[in-house]
Design a protein around this ligand. Structure first.
Ligand code: FES
Ligand code: FES
Length: 204
């Protein structure tokens, strides 16, 4: 039996309509594909990028994920594990380093933010011959730590505290060291250590 014709008054048939639609769709697909082929390949934003960091007077060439923190760059990529990861949220101060001489929480600082600046970590404080920095020696003299986990951050913060002129008295030291927490509660000894070191640092 012959199928019924569906031709309209204008001469269009169902077959004409389907053929035209398919051809238009294929043309658009081919056009988009050729545009994609012509576009220059973009670098994967999740891929590592090259960065140079200057830490303790030495240059480090690294390839890092853009999201890498300065703390992770120091610990995981440069082997400088003196700076500690306590909270990783900017709350404890264990990760304190100096950037251009100012205190910075390296867990809240992207490595890229330190590019072109001078980063100083606890590893650089002692002299090459092993002589301790006055602040390190004072922490030992005053027994200013127990487990020691917060100590690198405490010492870096204390050095900056003295250099900033914020160690005039015990109350001021407590105020300006309040960003560095110590779970072992060595606070009175830390204040005593800073009082001792500040006189030697001035003379240094
Ligand atoms: S680890 Fe950075 S503030 Fe705690
Ligand atoms: S010495 Fe243990 S947390 Fe400070």
């Amino acid at each position: 039996m012959t199928p019924p014709k569906t031709e309209t008054r204008s001469g269009w048939s169902r077959r004409n309509f389907l053929t035209t639609t398919m051809v238009s769709g294929m043309s658009l697909t081919l056009l988009e594909r050729s545009r994609a082929d012509a576009a220059p390949a973009r670098a994967d934003p999740r891929g590592p990028y090259k960065i140079e960091l200057r830490v303790n007077g030495q240059r480090h060439q690294l390839a890092l994920d853009v999201r890498t923190t300065l703390l992770d760059a120091l610990r995981e990529h440069m082997g400088l594990t003196g700076s500690k990861k306590g909270c990783d949220h900017g709350q404890c101060g264990a990760c304190t380093v100096l950037i251009d001489g100012k205190r910075a929480l390296s867990c809240l600082t992207f490595a890229s933010m330190a590019e072109g600046r001078e980063v100083t970590t606890i590893e650089s404080l002692a002299a090459a011959d092993g002589t301790l920095h006055p602040m390190q020696q004072a922490f030992i003299d005053h027994d200013a730590f127990q487990c020691g986990y917060c100590t690198p951050g405490q010492i870096m913060s204390a050095v900056a505290c003295v250099n900033e002129g914020h160690a005039q008295n015990a109350a001021q030291i407590r105020e300006y060291m309040s960003g560095n927490l110590c779970r072992c509660a060595a606070y009175p000894n830390i204040v005593d250590a800073i009082e001792q070191a500040k006189t030697q640092m001035k003379g240094a």
